[in-house]
Design a protein around this ligand. Structure first.
Ligand code: KG4
Ligand code: ZN
Length: 339
């Protein structure tokens, strides 16, 4: 049977990305042009600058993805694009490019949910992975536990009631004067700190929901009171203790959900999946309980278009195509989730 080539496009935040996938899981190219240096001096993503940079980058990035894949644009069978959630101006650049290409090439368009895309990054790293499984999605904007029943059926089991895990990492890093994005900086700093040095509170939330704002306030209070008393702060200990509190609460809820729903495969997804303590501790906790643990390679954890093409491929198998009137949906959540 002829192989399907999917072009994936991702512009939801601060990475302009394009990738070509052969059938569901074979990456032919995965090009990511990051805007991190552009936003770093502002301490976070500046939406207007992000949109402008995406406009400049999108076609060169698509061209590079096609060239690196060793194919011609005319050979592309379908185009998958992130249509939400994300920054509206940023999303619109990818959506407009994808619609234009789909129209010009006369190929189908697939609208991909960015969060679902993060889960699908695991199919690219683990060819043997098949649903059903439990996914912990931890990104800059979302923290959620999802039961994936089949390739196209998701059930939201719980999510954060306030800050996302990545957002908490970024905010704490910012007050500690670490560069944007803060997650990797805290991760690096924590390696030399003592995770048991400071006993930050573990959030207590019912069901399978999460909360990180109380923990964030408690770290901020700790830093403020120490500096008011003129005490020296051990940044590595703060980073390690804060990270441990986040990781502990993520792992506890994940294991509870796996047990309650009888799921034996655990999948980690989203930018915070790149966190070394989360990956190590969750892997070990899964091993202790006889659960199978899956985790994307680092480059597939953070935003990329290969995961979008992968999600799009499985949607295309279910004939889930989008019209050329497709629009960006900045607050898109998992299907069935209450906003
Ligand atoms: O999934 P992602 O690339 O973008 C969104 O969809 O939000 O996630 C970005 C988030 C940022 O908050 C960043 O600080 C966090 O992932 N992150 C990390 C690490 N690498 C990225 N957080 C903790 N430890 C890391 N190593
Ligand atoms: Zn993301």
């Amino acid at each position: 049977m002829e192989k399907i080539l999917t072009l994936g496009i991702e512009t939801s935040c601060d990475e302009t990305a394009a990738a070509v996938l052969r059938d569901g899981r074979e990456i032919l190219s995965n090009v990511i042009s990051t805007q991190i240096p552009l936003h770093q001096k502002f301490g976070g993503v500046v939406p207007e600058l992000a949109s402008r940079k995406h406009i400049l980058n999108i076609m060169p990035v698509v061209d590079e993805a096609i060239r690196k894949a060793g194919v011609e644009l005319s050979q592309i069978n379908q185009i998958a694009v992130t249509h939400g959630p994300g920054l509206v101006g940023a999303l619109l650049v990818g959506v407009a490019a994808a619609k234009t290409l789909a129209f010009a090439l006369k190929v189908p368009l697939v609208a991909v949910n960015h969060l679902e895309g993060h889960i699908f990054a695991n199919f690219l790293s683990a060819p043997e992975l098949e649903p059903p499984f439990l996914a912990l999605v931890v990104s800059g904007g979302h923290t959620a536990l999802i039961k994936m029943k089949t390739y196209n059926e998701f059930e939201l089991l719980g999510q954060t009631r306030d800050d996302a895990a990545g957002e908490a990492f970024d905010k704490i890093a910012r007050v500690m004067n670490l560069p944007y994005p803060g997650g990797p900086e805290i991760d690096r700093l924590a390696k030399t700190g003592n995770p048991d040095a400071i006993d930050f509170p573990r959030p207590k939330v019912a069901d399978f929901d999460f909360s990180f704002s109380g923990l964030k306030s408690s770290v901020l209070n700790y830093l403020n009171s120490a500096s008011m008393r003129g005490e020296e702060i051990n940044n590595a200990d703060v980073a390690a203790s804060f990270q441990k509190a986040v990781v502990d609460s993520l792992i506890e809820k994940t294991l509870d959900a796996a047990e309650s729903f009888g799921l034996s495969q655990i999948v980690l997804a989203g930018g915070v999946a790149a966190n070394s303590a989360l990956e190590k501790n969750l892997r070990e906790a899964c091993e202790r309980r006889g659960l199978k643990f899956f985790y994307p390679t680092k480059i597939l954890c953070t935003d990329n278009a290969a995961m979008i093409a992968c999600r799009g491929y499985y949607q295309s198998l279910a004939k889930d195509f989008a019209p050329l009137t497709l629009n960006a949906v900045p607050n898109l959540n998992f299907k069935g989730a209450i906003q």
